[in-house]
Design a protein around this ligand. Sequence first.
Ligand code: MLT
Length: 263
Amino acid sequence: MQIELKDFTMSYEDAGDGLPVVFIHGYPLGRWMWAPQIAGLADAARVIAPDLRGHGDSSATAGEYTMDLLADDIHAMLDILAIKKPVVLCGLSMGGYVALAFCRRYPQRVAGLVMAASRASADAPETRANRDKTMALAKEKGLPAIVEQMLPKMMAPQTYQTKPELVERVRLIMEAVSLDGVLGDQAGMKNRPDSLPTLAAFDKPLLIIQGEEDQFAPREVAEAMKNAAPQARMALIPAAGHLPNLEQPELFNQVLREFLKQL
Ligand code: MLT
């Protein structure tokens, strides 16, 4: 399905009824990373998964994609879909950064938050410098170089060994990102603020999900979030890296289903 937002066309999935749960994908990915959740949770909730601007089948715009801009896109989507009641946000990695921006800007529209493979802190100086290198690489060599850089690190070692078809699926999802999307995301992530205070002030149900073998968002990052928000539930997913929802979909869905039951 598609809707027209102010400056781009957004593609999204919308399945099931009941409590709306908005799944926000990570970088450099798209809505199809949530396929096991769309299929597995639509009996328990209204599952909505957009392609952010510049990703998947959504059109791209040039320039920086601040986390606030991407959060405003989600907000505009909810208005167009006439969803007035508060929603649960489930963001993976960059999707979590966007979800926190949404919580800061539209707290009254949030019923609960799931931070998956994500972090609340801003970038360290080294990460910011790496983002400049990634943007230079993308400009010089294009999207294939970005896919080659990211794909071998996204999942746990055993996922590469035992689930080659999943690795290929993730490659295809990455290949659907535009160059503007890569550059926009990297600039936006580089400049995002520290959201630990937002998390600490969050007063709705909160779930932190972490793959035990995540190279991008390691255990200490999840623990920093839990320290900032001690009321949070925390689930560690074994044999999973940065994409626990795809690497261990049944376990991920079970944890999410339990969380949604409380709401
Ligand atoms: C992601 O998966 O969204 C990225 O690893 C986030 C980041 O680069 O900080």
